[in-house]
Design a protein around this ligand. Structure first.
Ligand code: ADP
Length: 184
């Protein structure tokens, strides 16, 4: 499923973030940038130790929730890995939507600042951090749609790589609500 926004493509695919051939992939990191399971585990396993070495050297203080940092991509097909820190979901009343939107926005800014034409995101915060998928999908898509609608820059494609059919369906439903397909 895809939509075009100001000439840029917003695309949803089902798949594995570490296999994407794009300029930058986004990692679902934690604020210590310490590595972990889920996306983070897969990124470091497939990308090799160079990514963690660079992360430790450049960002010894970690990265605050709602923000992101960038490193090279080691053995991955991408050129860059953007390590984004989404919020741990508690009840939705602790700034979770704002922090999640901010993690996406900062990642998009980093991609643009590094002249990326394509960037691929996983669904941040919806694994170990337990953010409910339908709400997370709405926040994620709205943030990307706003960004592509407002800013000029190098980005030609923003791809969401959803892990499994269920995550894909939730994102597809949210995108259809936010940007209904216009009748031909
Ligand atoms: P967080 O700690 O931010 O919740 P996780 O990595 O635990 O991050 O999960 C985020 C989302 O990414 C979950 O929906 C999970 O199913 C999905 N996911 C896990 N592995 C991959 C992968 N290799 N590619 C894409 N998405 C993945």
């Amino acid at each position: 499923m895809q939509r075009t926004i100001h000439g840029a493509v917003l695309r949803l695919v089902e798949g594995d973030i570490t296999q994407q051939e794009v300029d930058a992939i986004v990692n679902a990191a934690n604020s210590r940038l310490a590595g972990g399971g889920g996306v983070d585990g897969a990124v470091h396993r497939r990308g090799g130790p160079a990514i963690m070495e660079e992360t430790r050297r450049k960002y010894p203080q970690g990265c605050p929730t709602g923000s992101a940092v960038i490193t090279g991509a080691g053995a991955l097909r991408a050129r860059w890995v953007i390590h984004a820190v989404g919020p741990v979901y508690r009840d939705g009343q602790h700034g979770e939507p704002e922090l999640l939107a901010s993690a996406y926005r900062r990642s998009l800014e980093l991609a643009r600042d590094h002249q990326c034409r394509s960037v691929a995101f996983p669904s941040l915060s919806t694994g170990a951090y337990r953010y409910p998928l339908p709400e997370a999908a709405r926040v994620a898509l709205r943030t990307v749609i706003d960004f592509l609608g407002q800013r000029r820059g190098s980005l030609e494609e923003v791809r969401f790589v959803l892990f499994g059919r269920e995550a894909y369906e939730q994102f597809a439903r949210a995108l259809e609500e936010l940007l209904p397909e216009t009748q031909a």
